[in-house]
Design a protein around this ligand. Structure first.
Ligand code: DC
Length: 223
């Protein structure tokens, strides 16, 4: 049977950095579900579909095919056959993804793909509703979080490193808004699954978090 690890948590908690490292250690496949929502958001932006209009976004869903493949172990997201990895990491796409992910049509479109990926292979999958909704039977579930200030500072340094102009206050405000929307939506909101282990990375290094998760996996595999 495939072994599944679910990592959920708010934006900027470090899920993808951590999940990638854990995947490498265990030779598991890393599945980034946020990237799938981002691909759908990119379609809406490119085609002038208003993210606030559920009907328009739902109709657009019928024109969208999202799939993933792997190149040198890195997940690639294909939007109607086009590799869009180079276009989905902007704030605009992230915020649009958060806005459209509240709609039922958008969520059901990606749910089947996510479940299929985890059915036959060992995966570590990150997102917002993996432990609660997508993979309720995952053998290990982590809820990874950090304070808004910590997440804001990490994001600020990341953008500065890329040479992008940014303001810490604005970044924190953005994070608060995204947290609120992801946690309060009607369908599959972000919350800690009852059987998930809470990891607060505010005062932890990346390696400490990775090791904590590897220990949880080892414990689960002994059962
Ligand atoms: O993890 P991320 O920043 O790439 O995700 C972008 C948005 O996509 C996030 O704000 C909410 C949505 N999302 C979701 O609703 N469910 C998931 N499993 C993953 C992401």
């Amino acid at each position: 049977m495939a072994f599944n690890i679910a990592i959920d948590g708010p934006a900027g908690a470090g899920k993808s950095t951590i999940a990638k490292k854990v995947a490498k250690e265990l030779s598991y496949i890393y599945v980034d579900t946020g990237a799938m929502f981002r691909a759908m958001a990119l379609y809406c932006i490119r085609n002038g579909v208003n993210k606030n209009e559920e009907e328009a976004v739902s109709v657009a869903c019928e024109q969208i095919d999202v799939s993933i493949s792997y190149e040198n172990g890195e997940q690639q997201v294909l939007l109607n056959g086009e590799n869009v990895n180079g276009f989905i990491r902007t704030e605009e796409v992230g915020n649009t993804a958060s806005a459209i992910s509240v709609y039922g049509k958008v969520r059901t479109k990606l749910l089947e793909l996510q479940r299929q990926l985890a059915e036959t292979q060992n995966v570590i999958m990150d997102g917002r509703d993996i432990g609660t909704c997508v993979l309720p039977n995952a053998q290990v579930k982590i809820y990874l979080t950090a304070s808004v200030e910590t997440r804001g500072k990490r994001r600020f340094l990341e953008l500065q490193e890329k040479g992008q102009k940014c303001n810490l206050e604005d970044i924190c405000a953005d994070i608060r808004e995204r947290d609120y929307r992801d946690m309060h939506r009607e369908i599959a909101p972000l919350k800690q699954a009852e059987d998930a282990v809470l990891v607060d990375s505010s005062e932890m290094t990346i390696d400490e978090v990775v090791n904590a998760i590897l220990n949880l996996v080892a414990q689960a595999q002994q059962k």
